[in-house]
Design a protein around this ligand. Structure first.
Ligand code: ZN
Length: 280
């Protein structure tokens, strides 16, 4: 879809083509910039859960993170959302994974841990308990059931937490929250928070809204998220932010979604927020 959009721009507007090309060559971000990256699955194309919609190959993931460490300082999710955290030298980046795929334990964790790089995982209780999710009908191409185990198990989640990986709430079943009744909203948000807190023995302060676009939350949803103790709520809006944004307690943390993007596409994605406001 992104490729079609870009080729459309090329035909329509040579100036935009030039702008995209120049934003894809060099990081232009000021040191004050903070970005949170959003991944799902890191696996080869032969893996049962592999999907062009959300998977990144291990080789491409490593290339992206190595590029990131040259231009950004990778910090934990708790550090990047702290307005008093002091950045030195480089802009800040944090790495997150949604939906709790087992590849996070098997592929991502060993490589990141060896490099001393922190990350966070947003977990759905249903995937942990039953190895499937209830994706919205708006996303018919997402796989929802698997013969093999593809999601993290309860011991996996506990082990990641014990190694300092931040565990966040991604709601129980991955339904689109605005269509939930009040009692279902409670099951999705508060129920999953309770499940995760019991599982890892730590309080859950971060919540990532399933799908995470503007149409996937509203005041009713956000009120339940906040009143249940989630201090930081993460969207999937592909923007950057800075320490000043975090002073507003209602600020939603934006995240830039990645799959098999090239390094020049990644450069474009971290530069774009400096030049245009996006709210999708
Ligand atoms: Zn998700």
């Amino acid at each position: 879809m992104a490729d079609n959009e870009n080729s459309g721009l090329k035909e329509m507007n040579p100036f935009k083509e030039l702008a995209i090309r120049s934003l894809s060559q060099k990081v232009l971000a000021p040191r004050s910039q903070r970005v949170v990256l959003l991944y799902h699955d890191v696996s080869d194309e032969s893996s049962p859960q592999y999907s062009e919609l959300y998977s990144t190959t291990p080789a491409r993931y490593k290339q992206q993170i190595e590029w990131l460490t040259r231009h950004y300082r990778i910090v934990s999710l708790d550090e990047i959302v702290s307005p008093v955290f002091v950045a030195r030298g480089k802009p800040l980046a944090a790495v997150t994974f949604d939906d709790g795929f087992q590849s996070v334990q098997d592929t991502v964790f060993p490589w990141m841990f060896a490099k001393g790089l922190p990350f966070a995982v947003f977990i759905n209780g249903l995937a942990v308990a039953e190895n499937h999710l209830k994706y919205s009908e708006d996303y018919p191409d997402l796989k929802t059931t698997f013969d093999e185990r593809v999601y993290l198990t309860a011991p996996d989640v506990r082990s990641l937490a014990n190694h300092g990986i931040i565990i966040g709430n991604h709601c129980t079943s991955h339904r689109a929250l605005p269509s939930c009744s009040d009692s279902d909203l409670n099951l999705e948000i508060v129920g999953n928070r309770d499940f995760l807190q019991e599982l890892i023995g730590k309080s859950i302060r971060h919540l990532a809204i399933p799908y995470g676009k503007v149409r996937h939350y509203n005041d009713r949803v956000l009120n339940v998220c906040r009143s249940s103790g989630h201090r930081y709520i993460h969207s999937s809006n592909p923007m950057a932010f800075n320490a000043k944004d975090l002073v507003n307690s209602k600020f939603l943390i934006p995240r830039i979604g990645l799959t098999n993007h090239s390094v020049s596409q990644l450069t474009f994605l971290v530069n774009r927020p400096m030049f245009m406001r996006i709210d999708i």
